[in-house]
Design a protein around this ligand. Structure first.
Ligand SMILES: NC(=O)c1ccc[n+]([C@@H]2O[C@H](COP(=O)([O-])OP(=O)(O)OC[C@H]3O[C@@H](n4cnc5c(N)ncnc54)[C@H](OP(=O)(O)O)[C@@H]3O)[C@@H](O)[C@H]2O)c1
Length: 228
């Protein structure tokens, strides 16, 4: 059984990942910014090995506090799942630049901030995995002229994790990014293709398949590789 840390664990894909990993007998450190209002997560934690941790991933001080709480605890799998869709206005003609910077902080910088803060924890097991939920919208190969801030933040995230995969391979830390599909969550909306349950189950399969030979990949939830 593994120790797994998941961000954005209060709802959507993150809540489903937490539920499925915990039901399989793993210990889950379930991170969110407002545990007091995370009703479903608190319910889940009553009957599973789920420890809820309050952290604001966009804030370096808060992330450092989270890391100090976890000092000496081995982490086998880190799943950077939390993400924002970004501001209302994000096009050539109408861009909310401040909102873009915030989107960049949450989607592109926070995953590395957390990886850096938990690097010692990830180095304790013989091998460990760092998985970040990206989006197909961050693929340079996909021509979809929407949500500039969101797309750019996920494209930057992909590059960051590709570099981290190369650098951390020698330390037996395997890294990948996964597109979760178009998923019925607050972000994806009710008409999306996939339930959060099915997306999370697919993501867990992909995480299982991540290894030293395929580290640095861009995957879809269903196990197919995604074009960069
Ligand atoms: N749903 C889709 O179709 C889809 C497609 C491609 C990629 N994704 C990616 O999948 C991941 C999970 O999204 P989801 O679909 O499960 O969406 P969701 O239900 O809206 O959940 C988003 C999660 O991210 C957290 N979050 C958002 N803004 C944050 C901020 N500024 N600081 C800290 N945490 C923040 C939310 O916390 P709060 O509840 O506190 O806001 C929540 O836990 C994201 O990275 C998203 O980009 C989703």
């Amino acid at each position: 059984m593994a120790n797994i840390l998941i961000t954005g664990a209060n709802k959507g894909i993150g809540l489903q990942l937490t539920s499925q990993y915990a039901s399989a007998g793993n210990k889950v450190f379930a991170c969110c910014r407002s545990p007091e209002s995370a009703t479903e997560l608190n319910e889940l934690a009553k009957s599973n090995d789920v420890q809820i941790i309050k952290v604001s991933i966009g804030d370096a001080v808060s992330v450092a506090e989270m890391a100090s709480q976890l000092k000496g605890v081995p982490i086998d799998i880190l799943i950077n799942n939390a993400g924002t869709g970004g501001p209302k206005s994000q096009s050539v003609s109408n861009m909310d630049f401040e909102g873009w910077a915030d989107t960049f902080n949450i989607n592109a910088m926070a995953p590395l901030r957390i990886l850096q803060a938990l690097k010692e924890n990830l180095s304790l097991p013989d091998t460990s995995k760092v998985v970040t939920i990206t989006s197909q919208m961050g693929a340079i190969s996909l021509d979809m002229t929407v949500a500039y801030a969101y797309c750019a933040s996920k494209a930057a995230l992909n590059k960051v994790m590709k570099l981290a995969a190369i650098e951390l391979a020698k330390e037996n830390i395997q890294v990948c990014v996964i597109h979760p599909g178009w998923v019925q969550t607050d972000m994806g909306g009710p008409t999306a293709d996939l339930t959060a349950t099915d997306s999370a189950a697919g993501i867990i399969n992909v995480v299982t398949q991540l290894n030293a030979d395929n580290t640095g990949g861009f995957w879809k939830w269903n196990g197919e590789t995604h074009a960069w």
